[in-house]
Structures are given as C-alpha cells and as structure tokens.
Write a protein that binds this ligand. Structure first.
Ligand code: NAX
Length: 331
C-alpha cells in the first residue's frame, strides 16, 4: 500500500492523441514511481470536455492503486493548482494554408495564458514539460511569464528525436539501444534539430569507429531522424502519438528521478553554454542529479560541421523568437 503524499500532475490536451497515451502510464506509476500516488488534473478545451469525461471514466476503470483522484476541467487555474509536474501537450495544430508565423502567434497566446496561470497557482518547484508545438518557443513564451516560478523549471521535449536517433543507430550497428550512450539532440524540435552522433559511444567506443559508414551518418541517418514526424504522418495518416507520449514519460521520469550521470536530450533554458543566446530554450545534452536538478553537459567538442548544424537550428529559434516578440511586449 502506497504511503507517500500524493503529488499533483497536470496534463493539458488530455483528450487528444498524445494525452490518451500519456495519462494511463502516469496513473500506473511509470513516471513518478510505483510507490508515488498521483492526483491527475486534466485540462481540455470546452469543446473536448465530453470526450475528456470518457477518458476519466476509463482511467478510473483501470483501478490503479496509485490514482488518488482525477480532476477534469477547462479552467487553467484549476488544472495547474498546486501542480508538482505539468505536461503542456495541448496546442493549436497547423492547418493547411496556415503560415508558420500565425501558428507561432496563435500558440503564443495559449502559452502566455498558461505560463501566467502556472506562475499564479502551481507549486514553486513544479517541473514543466512542453510537448505542444512549436514546443521550444512555446516553452520560451511560458517561461517569460513567470515571476515566482524559476524560468529554468520550463523545458521542452526533444526526447522523441533522441529516441528516434537511438533506434536508427542501434539498427545500423546491430546493437541494443542501451549500448549507445552520449547521444544528444541539439537545437530546436524541428527538422533543423541535430542528433549529434560525433560524440556518441557504442559500448564505450566512439560510435564513428563502430559505424564507419559516414555517408549514411551524414545523409540518410540525419534525414530519417529529422523527417521522422512527417514520415509517420504519411504512413499512419496521423502524427506520432504513442512514441511521443513515451518520450514525454522518459523526459519527466529522468528529470524526476535523475540520470545517474547518463546524458539525456532536454530543451532547457540556455545559460549561454556553447555560445547559445541566454534565455532561449534549446536542446542540449543534460544530466539530472539526485535532487532533480538538470545540468547542461559542459566540455562537449563539436567539430565545425556539427557546430554549423547546431547554429542553423539556433538561428531558427531566434527567428521564432522574433515572430513572437510583439506578443510578449506588454503581456
Ligand atoms: P491532438 O490534436 O490529438 O490533441 C491536442 C488536444 O489539445 C486536443 O484534444 C485539443 O482539444 C487540446 N487543446 C488545444 N488547445 C488547448 C488548450 N489551450 N488547452 C488545453 N487543451 C487544448 O494532438 P496530439 O497528437 O495529441 O499532439 C499534441 C501536440 O504535440 C501537438 O502540438 C503536436 O504538434 C505536438 N507534438 C510534439 C512532439 C515533440 O516531440 N515535441 C511530437 C509529437 C507531436 O507532434
């Protein structure tokens, strides 16, 4: 029987595809621990509340011992109240004919509101993971709205990109995914992101000594990882959902429990490391200590090609920031 004090976990867009794959493992203890009771606080748009009610019924029907309560709401402050962990999944999808700038601005408004609401009512130590796209810039916007909660508590998800890269590399090398270490995604969660294979290792050896097909690494590998989202939409007719939920679970699990020195990809607020502009939310190799604090890995050497690839992604983030600058003034 669980004896720990329940934690409050908020999930937005909870009736959507990713939400549906995400909340059941949370209730089962796959994220915060098999001894950690949880209260799920689920946020949806008013139009999706009926669907959310159905999801809540299913959650309760699982009879998970760790699930203390479920709150389904369309009110941000109710959803984020005292939350210890927050998954910001809900966002406005890009529809045919929509300009990227409009998408950024429409989502910007959502994340201005949610950032403010989180700052007002969530736990000061809350860990926020933004999944909803464009996730780096959405996380940046939400982080800019806080006065009480530290900005560094806001992160965005590039773990799916890391997992996709690991899957490709393990297949190519014929080794288990767990043999590959020090593989990190840099930059934006977009086709410009860079999964850096040059510093990765396979069973402790430099990856490039094991996978010597440099044409594949610089060509098909990068392209497959960068375009994987699109390929899944083409094959499935819908965007990735279960794999995205699983990556969100990995991200929050490792942030909550620590990585014991292992590198994980997290888009976090830049402290200026590697010459990235301070405040931008961009992906780095990170470790998480036993207190749940993440640290950007220092001293990673990127060759000129890798540096150019990272810079291209940073430039895209700067462009996104410029698109939303107006929204932030006076918000
Ligand atoms: P769905 O459209 O299935 O679900 C989104 C849900 O969010 C809907 O139920 C909608 O009603 C709700 N919603 C919209 N605005 C909201 C708001 N302001 N407050 C609360 N709820 C709101 O999308 P799904 O496939 O679940 O994807 C969700 C987001 O994840 C999208 O933005 C998508 O682009 C993004 N992704 C991010 C990934 C990443 O690696 N960072 C990968 C997967 C995914 O593409």
């Amino acid at each position: 029987m669980a004896t720990k004090k329940p934690i409050r976990v908020a999930v937005t867009g909870a009736a959507g595809q990713i939400g549906y794959s995400l909340i059941f493992p949370i209730a089962a203890g796959d994220v915060f621990g098999k001894d950690q009771p949880v209260i799920l606080q689920l946020l949806e748009l008013p139009i999706a509340l009926t669907g959310l009610k159905g999801v809540e019924m299913e959650l309760r029907d699982c009879g998970h011992a760790l699930l203390v309560d479920v709150i389904s709401t369309d009110d941000e402050r109710t959803a984020f109240k005292d939350a210890d962990a927050i998954f910001l999944v809900g966002s406005k999808p890009r529809v045919a004919g929509m300009e990227r700038g409009d998408l950024l601005k429409d989502n910007g408004r959502i994340f201005i509101g949610q950032g403010k609401a989180i700052d007002e009512v969530a736990a000061e130590t809350c860990k926020v993971l933004v999944v909803g796209n464009p996730c780096n810039t959405n996380a940046f916007i939400a982080s800019q709205m806080t006065k009480r909660i530290p900005r560094r508590n806001f992160t965005a998800m590039t773990r799916l990109d890391q997992n996709r890269a690991l899957a490709q590399l393990s297949q190519k090398a014929g080794v288990a995914v767990t043999e590959i270490t020090d593989l990190a995604v840099w930059g934006n969660h977009s086709p410009t992101m860079y999964p850096d294979f040059t510093n990765a290792k396979i069973s402790g050896r430099p990856l490039t000594e094991v996978i010597t097909d440099t044409e594949w690494l610089n060509g098909a590998f990068l392209k497959t990882v960068q375009q994987r989202g699109k390929a899944i939409i083409e094959a499935r007719g819908k965007s990735s959902a279960a794999s995205a939920a699983w990556a969100a679970i990995d991200h929050m699990h490792d942030w909550w429990h620590g990585t014991n020195g292992a590198w994980v990809s997290m888009a976090v607020i830049s402290d200026g490391s590697y010459g990235t502009p301070e405040g931008l939310i961009t992906s780095f190799p990170c470790t998480v200590d036993a207190n749940g604090q993440y640290h950007i890995v220092q001293g990673v050497v990127l060759d000129a090609t890798a540096q150019g690839r990272v810079q291209a992604s940073i430039d895209e983030l700067l462009e996104e920031r410029a698109f939303v600058a107006e929204l932030l003034t006076g918000a």
